[in-house]
Design a protein around this ligand. Structure first.
Ligand code: CA
Length: 329
């Protein structure tokens, strides 16, 4: 069965160098450098990994090519260059790769323009956004042109974690009773930045963006970043009467959101998510090269709670439909 995976990361040395001009290489970026060879590689290790795991196509994305410390004009330039480089890579292997655009959030109007260019000229499948911009979450009005453009082009926007606010890291995740290393893991990929994206999802819904853009599609990795388990509670505590929204929070979630595992091979979460969202709202993702261990194909194929039709949807048909990726035939 054809398998398309959606959260597969790439970067180019040129873009790392550009970014390093504006940043101290710490934390997240250091981590990117740490897996640097796997991130920049296309032809060797990556394709071998895909073949071994029966992955037919990866949708490539930069996790974060520009930090929010980069001034707007430079961010626009670096993102354009990043997308150009990625487009070349995809063009060279169009049977194995597709791509999400990277956008200069410092300039939302330019970002919308860049998204349009990437989709129309390069055939990109949507955009991937990471974290926030200088403490501003993306439901704020200034970012609306980006989502309006995504809805107009009928492409999804994927939300990806990034380092959280240091004040929140200190308050919630740091303790004198365990090491700072553990606090850092807890605050980031262990838990904290997933909660951060989950909160971002709810903020988007509460802002009313899906009443304005009913066809906007959001992709949430890591089985929805903790929010699916809380939908009933969110509905109960924030009803349409109090939010002023047309529908319940869970109604937007189940209609406008698409969920991927991002390499978390938890069959209990998988079964729960199929029951909650329906198989047509789930797509597959490995989170390469950060996650390389596990049998991503077998895990999906051996799910006893799925029909063959549902497996087809999750493995490739949803991605073909939502990301406008050409089908097998
Ligand atoms: Ca990732």
């Amino acid at each position: 069965m054809r398998l398309i995976t959606l959260e597969e990361h790439f970067t180019a040395q040129e873009i790392i160098d550009e970014n390093n001009k504006f940043n101290e290489v710490t934390g997240f970026y250091k981590n990117m450098v740490f897996v640097g060879n796997s991130l920049t590689d296309i032809d060797n290790e990556r394709i071998k990994f895909m073949d071994e795991h029966r992955i037919d196509m990866q949708v490539l994305s930069y996790t974060s090519p520009v930090s929010d410390k980069v001034p707007a004009s430079e961010a626009v330039r670096i993102c354009k260059r990043a997308n150009d480089i990625l487009a070349e890579k995809v063009r060279a292997h169009s049977d194995r790769f597709a791509a999400f655009a990277t956008l200069p959030m410092a300039d939302p109007v330019e970002a919308a323009r860049e998204l349009e260019c990437c989709v129309k000229e390069y055939g990109f499948c949507g955009a991937l956004l990471a974290g926030q911009y200088q403490g501003h979450f993306y439901e704020e009005k200034s970012f609306f042109p980006i989502f309006a453009k995504a809805a107009e082009l009928d492409v999804p926007v994927s939300f990806h974690p990034a380092p959280i606010n240091p004040v929140i890291q200190d308050y919630y995740y740091t303790s004198p009773e365990y090491s700072n290393f553990i606090a850092g893991q807890f605050a980031s990929a262990g838990f904290g930045w997933h909660l951060d994206v989950g909160i971002h999802e709810v903020r988007l819904i509460l802002s009313g963006i899906f009443d304005k853009l009913p066809n906007l599609k959001i992709i949430a990795g890591h089985w929805g970043e903790l929010i699916p388990a809380y939908l009933e509670r969110l509905d109960y505590m924030m009803t349409p009467q109090s939010t002023g929204l047309r529908k319940k929070i869970s109604d937007y979630y189940k209609k406008n959101f698409y969920i991927t595992p991002s390499g978390i091979l938890s069959s209990m979460q998988f079964e729960y998510m199929v029951k909650l969202m329906g198989a047509e709202h789930i797509m597959w993702a490995v989170d390469y090269p950060y996650i390389k261990q596990g049998n991503f194909y077998e895990f999906l194929m051996s799910a006893e709670f799925l029909t063959d039709e549902e497996k087809e949807l999750i493995a490739h048909k949803n991605a073909e439909r939502i990301l406008h990726i050409k089908g097998e035939n």
